[in-house]
Design a protein around this ligand. Structure first.
Ligand code: SF4
Length: 332
């Protein structure tokens, strides 16, 4: 069994009481059924306290929010359950966050979620490097091997290009979009995708017109919004685009997280566009890139409905046509 692990994965350490945000702020934390059962049977005052704030819904059990936070959160920034009962007493989501794990049967990818401020700092500021570790044993292959071979090869080609690209960041992303179309064509039974950056960039330039960033921001205003902070950033609108290597790091993170997911439905282009849209909105909103990206992730990536909406909109919304994205990348 192979594990693919970004270098920053092992560097992560929770900031705990020094965290500028918190993983239990604004979210109704999911409590898995096994942990919910444990909490329901827990004796004593802590058990009584937890039971008062558990909420059963048709989607499962949640911790209710009080004053914008999980009610188990203490003034010192620590979790009451963890403090009294230890890490093992936390629900699965609390134990794992912000660690990501995608299992494909014969290999597993590990990563960190951008919605955690410390993970966002590592993802966007540490040099990108992926290690491979092999451990004895192997699971059953759970995917279309031909499609995965295409995705693995193309992701490697693309990440290598992003590492060495002499183009500007938005030009590099424009090339990525056209390459994703070529890989999509290969997934659909077409010829093997080749990456010719100069050709892709010339094509991208020929498609680009005037970009309309206001329509992108208006689209985000229609999605579910969690925090007042995100709402005010969207209301403030775009600042002038100032691309940096952190936006490229954001694209690498997206490629590592979403590229292989296309094996489930053979739809790569919408995921490539999602990654590019992420970079455009984070760049357009300006501010500190790590903070803006973390806020974006908390609002969008951690809400499956928002992610699904954008994946659909990648094909249906005039805010996200290929021409519009290429125009925003090359003419803004
Ligand atoms: S958001 Fe990240 S750094 Fe902050 S408390 Fe949660 S895991 Fe720790």
């Amino acid at each position: 069994m192979e594990y693919f692990i970004p270098d920053y994965y092992d560097k992560f350490q929770c900031l705990a009481s020094n965290c500028p945000d918190s993983c239990c702020k604004e979210w109704e934390v999911d409590i898995d059924e096994e942990t919910a059962e444990y909490y329901r049977s827990l004796p004593g005052k802590l058990g009584d306290r937890i039971r008062k704030v558990l909420k059963d819904t048709s989607d499962g059990t949640l911790m209710t929010i009080k004053d914008g936070r999980c009610p188990m959160w203490r003034q010192d920034g620590l979790c009451e359950i963890q403090a009294q009962l230890g890490h093992g007493a936390l629900s699965k989501v609390c134990q794992e966050f912000p660690r990501l794990r995608h299992e494909y049967g014969d290999f597993t990818e590990l990563g960190l979620e951008l919605s955690c401020p410390e993970a966002a700092r590592l993802i966007l500021t540490e040099p990108y490097k992926m290690q491979t570790q092999s451990v004895p044993g192997h699971g059953e292959v759970e995917y279309d091997t031909q499609a995965m071979a295409t995705l693995r090869r193309s992701r490697e080609v693309l990440l290598a290009f992003l590492e060495r690209s002499a183009f500007s960041v938005p030009q590099t992303l424009a090339v990525m979009l056209l390459y994703a179309h070529a890989v999509q064509s290969e997934l659909d039974g077409g010829p093997k995708a080749q990456l010719s950056p100069e050709v892709c960039l010339a094509d991208a330039r020929s498609y680009a017109e005037d970009g309309d960033i206001a329509s992108v921001i208006d689209y985000f205003k229609e999605l579910e919004i969690l925090t007042a902070q995100w709402q005010s950033r969207l209301d403030a609108g775009a600042v002038s685009f100032a691309w940096s290597c952190q936006h490229l790091a954001l694209a690498k993170y997206g490629i590592c997280r979403y590229w292989f997911q296309a094996v489930s439905d053979y739809d790569l282009v919408c995921r490539a566009k999602f990654i590019i849209i992420s970079c455009i909105i984070v760049c357009a909103l300006g501010g500190n890139t790590v903070e803006t990206a973390q806020l974006f992730s908390k609002e969008i990536e951690n809400d499956p409905d928002n992610v699904e909406a954008i994946l659909d909109a990648a094909y249906t919304s005039s805010a996200f046509t290929d021409v519009q994205l290429l125009s925003l990348l090359l003419n803004s």
